[in-house]
Design a protein around this ligand. Structure first.
Ligand code: PMP
Length: 426
């Protein structure tokens, strides 16, 4: 038995499913997960000393690659000064200034410890601010596991909330309305009918939890418009896209100003950090200034802030996103070339340092339902062959992939060469 297999067997005795977050369990691709012990640059090393080129990057945060020396140093120095005080610190002020400077529409920001906390708090704030209960989300978008966001979309048109996780009360789920991503007509129709009852729209401005689906031209603009007309709050969930598709996220990339933004992943440099922020008039509703309660023992933790600030410094260098985007684009071109050479129907999406690929004969994939029609069997086979050859991709056909600045031409070329070999075997 490999060490990963031994560890997984042991893990299952005391950790549900052997993992602390479900997608790690390889349910999307079959087989057992790999246990990792270290990472350096673009590479991960597993418990059996096998090396992989990593395109998961801890699901987004490791945008400078693993073990970046500046981040490690910042964490070590902060840890020496103290792990947690549960009281205000200078570094939180520095972080708030930095974030508000990078995101022009953000007057104020509050730090939390995960993306889930950020979106959950933003929703509560939007409801408190507007005095309305209904929220709108989109099919295939994931915003963390808070009750009101774990709501399944029905097929087709608007579905009145049906909880898709036991434990979410129907009375909570009924306030969540789910629409089709990239379907502006549906959005307008809903807002024409009940716009005045809607507290907020929450959206992934580039969807990364149904593979990678960019917004079609006009979609984000439509969301901005209906929110302006109805008084609903527009929340761009940039937990994945923030500091990823550009320094100022998808809002900078597409030029859309939200009322509230949620952040996570990159902002923590690999430490547990999330944030939500936006217009002062809305943020003033949060306790202790206002009545909407939100709090956290470890929020703004000094070690996590040090990691996040070092990370933001690292991605703020001139040309960083042009180069990152170029890496992701050439990887996608390479995979497309490999598929074409093997006669495999295949298409790709890419925005900045975020990418997605689809075993599909449809040329443009921009809807959730198209993703569900992709050839899953072929994806699974491709996945395991790439893995066997030392390439670690997200273990699900419904997740975006990520490149880091540590992925050099060498790693990209090696990945493409492996893909050529693997596509011939599908
Ligand atoms: N929003 C988005 C867009 C995400 O991608 C995720 C996590 N993948 C979350 C929220 C939840 O973040 P976390 O896992 O840190 O709770």
């Amino acid at each position: 038995m490999s060490r990963s297999e031994t560890l997984f067997a042991a893990a299952k005795n005391h950790i549900p499913g052997g993992v602390n977050s479900p997608v790690r369990a390889f349910k999307g691709v079959g087989g057992d997960p790999i246990f990792f012990k270290s990472g350096k640059g673009a590479y991960l090393i597993d418990e059996d000393d096998r090396q992989y080129i990593d395109y998961v990057g801890s699901w987004g945060p490791m945008i400078l690659g693993h073990g970046n020396p500046a981040i490690i140093r910042a964490v070590q120095e902060a840890a020496e000064r103290g792990l947690s005080f549960g009281a205000p610190t200078a570094i939180e002020v520095e972080m708030a200034y930095k974030v508000c400077d990078i995101f022009p529409g953000m007057d104020m920001v509050r730090m939390v410890s995960s993306g889930t906390e950020a979106t959950m708090s933003a929703i509560r704030l939007a409801r408190g601010y507007t005095g309305r209960d209904k929220i709108v989300k989109f099919e295939g978008c994931y915003h963390g596991h808070a009750d009101s966001l774990l709501v399944k979309a029905g097929s087709g048109a608007l579905t009145l909330g049906v909880p898709n996780s036991p434990g979410v009360p129907a009375s909570v789920a009924e306030h969540t309305l789910t629409l089709e991503y990239n379907n502006s007509d549906q959005v307008r129709e809903l807002f024409n009918t009940i716009g005045g009852e809607i507290a907020c729209i929450i959206v992934e401005p580039v969807a990364g939890n149904m593979n990678c689906i960019p917004p079609v031209p006009g979609f984000l603009e439509c969301l901005r418009e209906v929110c302006d007309q109805s008084g609903a709050v527009l929340i761009l969930d940039e937990v994945m896209t923030g500091f990823r598709v550009s320094l100022s996220g998808a809002q900078g990339y597409y030029g859309i100003e939200p009322d509230l933004t949620t952040l996570g992943k990159v902002i923590g440099g690999g430490m547990p950090v999330g944030a939500f922020g936006g217009k002062k008039v809305i943020m003033d509703c949060i306790a202790p200034t206002g009545p909407v309660y939100q709090a956290g023992t470890l929020s703004g933790n000094p070690v996590a802030m040090a990691a996040g600030l070092a990370m933001i410094d690292g991605v703020s260098t001139a040309g960083f996103y042009e180069s990152l985007s170029q890496k992701a684009a050439s990887l996608m071109q390479g995979l497309q070339g490999a598929a074409d050479a093997a006669g495999i129907p295949f298409t790709t999406n890419q925005v900045g340092g975020m990418f997605g690929f689809f075993f599909s004969d449809e040329k443009a994939i921009n809807r959730f339902e198209q993703v569900t029609r992709c050839n899953l069997e072929r994806f699974q086979k491709f996945y395991h062959l790439m893995l066997d050859n030392g390439v670690y991709l997200a273990p699900s056909a419904y997740e975006a992939g990520f490149v880091s600045s540590a992925h050099r031409d060498t790693e990209l070329e090696q990945t493409i060469n492996i893909a050529h070999k693997v596509m011939q075997q599908l």
